[in-house]
Design a protein around this ligand. Structure first.
Ligand code: MD3
Ligand code: FE
Length: 217
């Protein structure tokens, strides 16, 4: 008996975990398209390279980022926002690859969001020690749209809190191929990523890449 036997029956493989009202973790949902996603990421970052942005407070982010889509998320000394131009290249962000739109739509559908059409994708690249402190995602205009995240490469400790910073976050491990959908009441929950631990992933080596699909406009 071999796990590959079930490739045509993803429903029997899928472990869906409800994390909170409107928040679902679809374990392994992106596994069968991992290499296609990674090829598309490589192509995007040749056009808009990964870079360490500066927070409004003047700190260099430990996570390297890029974007694709109609707009991209940026931070610098003047604040957090979405913009149509990549400030590093002076050109528009690369278009969203079809494979990105497809996985985001299918994951959202599975979580009960029938019409999710992302217009932006933030690409986060973690190396050992990189972290994302507890925050809310509040720069997107359409508050009714969910955010879909795809984890690739090394595992990470994900911290999922509540609507107030004072609620102690629950900790989950996100591994290669995991997809999560954050919508409804949990859309504005505080969340973060613990410092990435050293490790080796057969495809991505010593890195973790996270894609977050958003409807920003
Ligand atoms: C819960 N990224 O880019 S993805 C981010 O793994 C971000 O790089 C993390 O937080 C990462 O903003 C976590 C999981 C995630 C994304 C958005 C959320 C969880 C969320 C929005 C609301 C609630
Ligand atoms: Fe976030």
């Amino acid at each position: 008996m071999n796990a590959d036997l079930f490739e045509g029956l993803p429903d029997l493989n899928l472990q869906q975990v409800c994390l909170d009202d409107g928040a679902f973790l679809l374990r392994g949902f992106a596994k069968n398209v991992d290499t296609a996603l990674i090829s598309a990421i490589e192509k995007v970052v040749t056009q808009s390279p990964l870079r360490h942005m500066i927070t409004p407070g003047g700190f260099r982010m430990s996570v390297a980022m890029s974007n694709c889509g109609q707009v991209g998320w940026i931070t610098d000394r003047s604040g957090y926002r979405y913009g149509v131009i990549d400030p590093e290249t002076g050109r528009p962000w690369p278009a969203l690859p079809e494979t990105f739109i497809d996985i985001a739509r299918r994951a959202a559908m599975r979580a009960g969001y029938e019409n999710f059409l992302p217009d932006a994708c933030l690409i986060n690249c973690y190396e050992p020690g990189a972290r994302l402190s507890l925050h809310q995602d509040k720069n997107e205009r359409d508050e009714s749209a969910p955010i879909v995240s795809v984890s690739l490469g090394l595992p990470a400790g994900f911290l999922f809190g509540g609507l107030s910073r004072t609620i102690r976050p629950k900790r989950y491990q996100l591994v290669h191929g995991d997809v999560a959908v954050w919508g409804g009441p949990s859309r504005f929950n505080f969340h973060g990523i613990a410092p990435l631990l050293d490790g080796y992933h057969p495809i991505l080596g010593g890195k973790r890449i996270n894609l977050t699909f958003r409807k920003a406009l």
